[in-house]
Write a protein that binds this ligand. Structure first.
Ligand SMILES: Cc1cc2nc3c(=O)[nH]c(=O)nc-3n(C[C@H](O)[C@H](O)[C@H](O)COP(=O)(O)OP(=O)(O)OC[C@H]3O[C@@H](n4cnc5c(N)ncnc54)[C@H](O)[C@@H]3O)c2cc1C
Length: 387
């Protein structure tokens, strides 16, 4: 992250006004990252979050936080996998700047399937080839057969005859990231307003709307895609990396965190239903985990939880400037943790260009957009197809 204090930051920090340079509305994953980055660049930043500092109201609280650009290529397009690959490289440096420790692992993803579901495997492989950058696939897709599966993940023994190791993928602890970012915001002097729902945009030079699904009033095409997960405590299983199970109806992952905690997820159900996990989903998640390793039969269920992924019609994230004082950052869908460093960075760069008036109208926005690394993310209200 760029933490140089530029001219515009010096000017606004020294002008004596109490009005923040930026008000960030929504302090889930994206809002915390954008606010933290802008504060690190010397700007005066306020953050408003309807929930608590832990982040319990956010989709980010429920997420498994897998950083798996290659495995996600099974359903995500090239733009997303490229954002994911670039973001994965940035997480370690970002975490190193936070004042609290965050579990981050880059030990790969193991993909397995039961013999009866072997028809899923070639389809999955074909999608990865088609949707991932060639280098990511060529260097990151290792076929395993027989004893190689057990060598890669000894606790699975001989249960799976075949598998793939995607050795460069990662994961982190979502709740530790949220907590460490809250501490980082305090450290960088951000005015944080927890437990503060916002409807009318607060006073600031620029407002950055990162409300996730809460941003729907400003963004009618935004929709929620419900996801349900189980968190279990399962000492003695000893998975060393996230395991994905290919299945025609219940594609599932099991992500081992610290302390023998496993996040088992996740369903994908159209709709903005935030109600508790259904019996059907709980049975599917837990029985699929049990089929991967019978030791999960003795696991203790710590939590069954559901939230909705904020999703735009094209399943891409978008950063939209309203032509005046508001930026909207949304649509991170099922890839928030995987792509957040790059998306937040792109949003912060545009925010700073607005503040310094490098961007002040349609022509300068177009210039900025053409020079930006992730130009496909940047829109005005007139160009975004999905507002
Ligand atoms: C079950 C599940 C599993 C997932 N697994 C993964 C995964 O493995 N890897 C991955 O990369 N991503 C995963 N995700 C996706 C990821 O969680 C989201 O993409 C990400 O959280 C989106 O970030 P956000 O900041 O836009 O939204 P959120 O994290 O939801 O944050 C939005 C914030 O805005 C606040 N807010 C809303 N309205 C208001 C208001 N009016 N005033 C003030 N504050 C408001 C909310 O309280 C919330 O804190 C998963 C999501 C789910 C649900």
């Amino acid at each position: 992250m760029n933490i140089d204090v530029d001219q515009s930051a010096r000017r606004t920090a020294s002008d004596g006004a109490h009005r923040p340079d930026f008000a960030v509305v929504g302090g889930g994953l994206c809002g915390r990252l954008v606010a933290w980055q802008l504060a690190g660049a010397g700007h005066r930043v306020a953050l408003y979050e309807r929930g608590d500092a832990a982040g319990t109201q956010s989709a980010a609280w429920v997420a498994a936080a897998m950083l798996a650009p290659l495995a996600e290529a099974a359903s995500a397009e090239l733009l997303i996998t490229e954002l994911g690959a670039a973001s994965l490289e940035r997480w370690p440096a970002l975490i190193a700047q936070l004042p609290e420790p965050v579990f981050f692992q880059r030990n790969g993803t193991l993909v397995v399937w039961h013999a009866g579901d072997r028809a899923e495997a070639p389809l999955f492989e074909r999608r990865l080839r088609a949707n991932a950058p060639a280098a990511l696939f060529d260097n990151g897709f290792v076929k395993l057969a027989g004893a190689q599966v057990a060598q890669a993940e000894p606790s699975l023994g001989t249960r799976f005859a075949q598998g793939w190791l995607l050795p460069h993928e990662g994961q982190l602890d979502n709740r530790q990231v949220l907590s460490a970012l809250a501490a980082g915001l305090a450290q960088r002097g951000v005015q944080t307003h927890w437990n503060t729902p916002i409807d009318a945009m607060p006073d600031a030079r620029f407002v950055i709307d990162c409300r996730g699904l809460g941003g729907k009033p400003a963004w009618p095409a935004l929709r929620g895609i419900r996801g349900e997960v189980a968190r279990v405590h399962a000492p003695g299983i000893g998975l060393t990396r996230p395991v994905r199970l290919l299945h025609p109806r219940y594609p599932l992952y099991i992500a081992p965190k610290q302390g023998d905690l496993y996040v088992i997820g996740a369903t994908e159900v159209e709709g903005e239903d935030m109600s508790p996990v259904t019996v059907r989903s709980a049975l599917e998640l837990l029985s699929a985990a049990f089929a991967v390793h019978p030791g999960f039969g003795e696991a203790r269920i710590l939590e069954l939880n559901a939230h909705c992924r904020p999703t735009l019609p094209d399943h891409r994230p978008a950063i939209v400037w309203d032509g005046a004082r508001t930026l909207r950052v949304n649509g991170l869908y099922r890839h928030g943790f995987m792509i957040a460093p790059e998306v937040a960075d792109a949003a912060a760069q545009l925010a700073r260009a607005l503040l310094s008036q490098t961007v002040s109208g349609p022509d300068s926005f177009d210039d900025f957009r053409h020079r930006a690394r992730w130009s496909d993310l940047l829109h005005t209200e007139h160009t975004v197809p999905s507002l």
